[in-house]
Design a protein around this ligand. Structure first.
Ligand code: NAD
Ligand code: UDP
Length: 681
């Protein structure tokens, strides 16, 4: 099976290092996935980045496996056909100090999981075991590379929990031979996803060789300690079987498919080693990583580490032949990918100056996250909902209208702070012609289609964000993405829309980009924040503005569609009603991002010391004084004004403007707008 049904694979520990990579591979192979993780050794950011990579939402539950009631609810809510069970505590050294915690979490957690599976008649499980169950294999003369039939003798509580769980699964199979259990014994997982978006994010001082070396390379640790160079290997350091985490992840798909192909009604209990079959010494790995980094890294040879043995290399023949799986990547690939992950995420998933929480009353609802970045005097908050701007606070003064709860956001229809798409502004009669055919759109504004239709981008949950620092470390960048399905609100073709916010110490810039699989589809993206510079006042009355242009599109007062004429509009304050499209420059490209920013508006209010400046690469902007706002108890008419840079109204139906908005599958749509803040001179 490659994900042909509506059933789900439950991934326990899916927010962790190996789990997150496996979820990506599962989804790439067409499986539906639901994740359960108590985040005891991981963060939700990993899940959010998995979603960004696969461009799909992935249901996630912050549940401890030992909480049978909550776990049972997940099984009730989803049609689960099989489980991949990663969730465990895994630090060998720690397990010798707190063995009970390890037995409770790993063994008891697995028992609760198995009970819940049995109660829901789910009998397929792929289990994360470890080469550690073999113990010190050098006690035998001829067991390296290690085959699956090598006797087990784990030497620490962690390894013993794996050994016990393997035995539990075997006993369950003996009692009911319709259970299907794949025991995967991993050797040394290393590396990261080639995108640099997910990887290993160890808490505290890393125990393992490569995570430690990566921290040396990034300057978080002084030097690597090499634990002994007096072993019987080509350079005196111990030999391990290092396997790229993406290869390892793919091994789980192979095992799952093997189980799914077991004869109907029959079961299976079988162990497979997942390794490359090739051993590398500590120095081999050290040199490979130095090569990836581009220079030598400091190290010191110290004494042997307790419990280390000369050689732990897998015999992976069984997995190669039965699962038809073998590792494809080598340690150079793993080191390159680890270095990308490390340089892109020097502190792992944490980013200084960034934090997220959830909107009021939605604890645990990860779709209602509020992402706040703080840079000197500026603090800006964003939502996944609509990739919206919720708050812009400069020198302690809030400058935009924002709401507190997701319900409030969902019930308003004024595009508050939201990304407007697929098509900002109006399309006359809700239709346009392409390739000689008429395409009909959702009409949500009288006869017209407005702001992308009744279920536009403002009502969608964007995926992400990926949060990082700019190359010069100065600014914070948040990237959201949305996959808008073909036919959504009537628009042809799938559209992948990316919204990237950059926050500096006195500005927030938004860059839009979009691609499609259609031969032609109209696109026009903008932001619909309601700005208010009057301090805490509920009205924008008194706001003074300087506009870069007085050229406005004349519109029919009834339909608000351009007549084709250009009128002159001199606006110096926002005391009257304004809802006009002002023309900044002639431009004839679908992608304006590479153009230079042009200042289109400066605004201030006598009651405040702050000035807002809006610059854009776009040919025009809609200026709107918020006269129709009505959010009872929150915001009324003229609570804020909108500056919406974009393409000219109804461009898709005007021959000379069409090329500004019609995107095809060979081009990328793009634009940039910057809102900056300063004190009055
Ligand atoms: P990890 O710590 O990154 O991932 C394990 C995840 O399980 C974490 O996200 C953690 O929060 C979660 N978890 C732990 N206990 C839980 C509980 N009671 N309920 C719900 N969630 C819980 O570790 P990893 O490196 O990704 O390892 C995954 C699995 O592979 C583990 O079972 C580990 O023992 C096994 N393994 C790992 C290695 C290795 O070197 N990384 C080697 C062999 C085997
Ligand atoms: N190692 C090392 N210095 C370190 C960490 C590990 O020399 O800081 C060596 C360790 O002795 C072993 C190999 O690197 O030979 C792999 O160790 P790791 O802890 O990564 O995995 P293990 O094989 O012990 O599970």
């Amino acid at each position: 099976m490659t994900g042909t049904t509506n059933s789900y694979i439950l991934v326990t520990g899916g927010a962790g290092y190996i789990g997150s990579h496996t979820v990506v591979e599962l989804i790439n192979h067409g499986y539906n996935v639901v994740i359960v993780d108590n985040l005891s050794n991981s963060s939700y950011d990993a899940v959010s980045r998995v979603e960004y990579i696969v461009k799909k939402p992935v249901p996630f539950f912050n549940v401890d496996l030992r909480d049978s009631e909550k776990l049972g609810k997940v099984f009730e809510q989803y049609d689960i056909s099989g489980v991949i069970h990663f969730a465990a505590l895994k630090a060998v050294g720690e397990s010798t100090h707190i063995p009970l915690k390890y037995y409770d979490n790993n063994v008891n957690g697995t028992i609760k999981l198995l009970e819940t599976m049995a109660a829901h008649k789910v009998k397929t499980i792929v289990f994360s075991s470890s080469a550690t169950v073999y113990g010190d294999v050098t006690r035998f003369k001829d067991m390296i590379p290690i085959p699956e039939h090598c006797p087990n003798d784990p030497t620490n509580p962690y390894g013993k929990t794996k050994y016990v769980i393997e035995n539990i699964l075997h006993d369950i199979y003996n009692a009911d031979t319709t259970w299907k259990s794949a025991i995967l014994r991993y050797f040394n997982p290393i590396g990261a996803h080639p995108s640099g978006l997910i990887g290993e994010d160890p808490l505290g001082i890393p125990n393992n060789l490569l995570p430690y070396l990566a921290q040396v390379a990034i300057g978080r640790r002084e030097k690597l300690s090499i634990f002994g160079n007096d072993y019987d290997s080509h350079d005196g350091t111990p030999i391990r079987d290092y396997i790229h985490v993406v290869d390892l992840a793919k091994g789980h798909i192979a095992a799952l498919e093997y189980l799914n192909n077991v004869t109907e009604g029959a079961g299976l209990f079988r162990e497979w080693n997942l390794g490359t079959g090739k051993g590398s010494t500590v120095f081999d790995v050290y040199h490979a990583f130095c090569k990836a980094v581009g220079h030598e890294l400091p190290y010191e040879v110290v004494g042997r580490r307790d419990g280390d043995v000369l050689d732990l290399t897998a015999n992976a023949t069984r997995a190669n032949t039965e699962l038809k799986w073998s590792a494809e990547k080598n340690i150079d690939d793993a080191c390159r990918d680890l270095w990308k992950w490390t340089t892109d995420n020097p502190k792992g998933y944490a980013v200084a100056g960034y934090q997220w929480t959830t909107l009021a009353g939605t604890d645990g609802d990860y779709t209602s996250r509020v992402h706040t970045v703080t840079k000197d005097d500026l603090s800006v908050s964003f939502l996944n909902y609509g990739a919206s701007i919720q708050k812009v606070e400069f020198k302690n003064q809030n400058l935009v209208c924002g709401l507190d709860t997701l319900d409030e956001y969902k019930s308003q229809d004024i595009y508050l702070g939201a990304t407007v798409g697929r098509y900002a502004n109006r399309i006359a009669n809700g239709q346009f012609e392409i390739n000689g055919e008429t395409v009909k759109l959702d009409k949500n504004n009288g006869e017209n289609s407005l702001h992308g239709g009744s279920n536009g981008f403002n009502k969608q949950n964007f995926l992400g964000p990926i949060v990082k620092r700019s190359a010069d470390e100065e600014n914070l960048i948040l990237q959201f993405v949305l996959v808008d399905k073909a036919g959504a609100n009537g628009f042809p073709g799938e559209l992948i829309a990316a919204v990237e916010y950059t926050v500096g110490n006195d500005f927030v810039e938004v860059e839009y980009s979009a691609t499609t699989d259609a031969s032609g589809t109209p696109v026009n993206l903008t932001n619909h924040s309601y700005w208010n510079l009057a301090g805490n006042k509920s009205t924008i009355d008194g706001t003074q503005v300087k506009l870069a242009t007085s050229k406005a599109l004349e519109v029919d007062p009834n339909t608000l569609i351009p007549t084709g004429n250009v009128s002159t509009l001199d606006i110096s304050n926002l005391d009257g009603k304004v809802d006009n499209c002002l023309i900044v420059r002639e431009s004839s490209q679908i992608n304006t991002s590479s153009e230079s920013l042009v200042e289109v508006l400066e605004a201030s209010h006598p009651d405040s010391t702050l000035v807002l400046r809006v610059e854009t690469t776009e040919p025009s902007f809609q200026l709107y004084t918020g006269d129709y706002v009505d959010i009872p108890g929150k915001f009324g008419p003229r609570c804020g004004f909108c500056v919406e840079p974009g393409r000219l109204i109804n461009a898709v139906n005007v021959e000379k403007w069409k090329q500004l908005v019609l995107l095809d599958n060979k081009s990328t749509y793009g634009s940039r707008t910057r809102y900056s803040f300063k004190l009055k001179n």
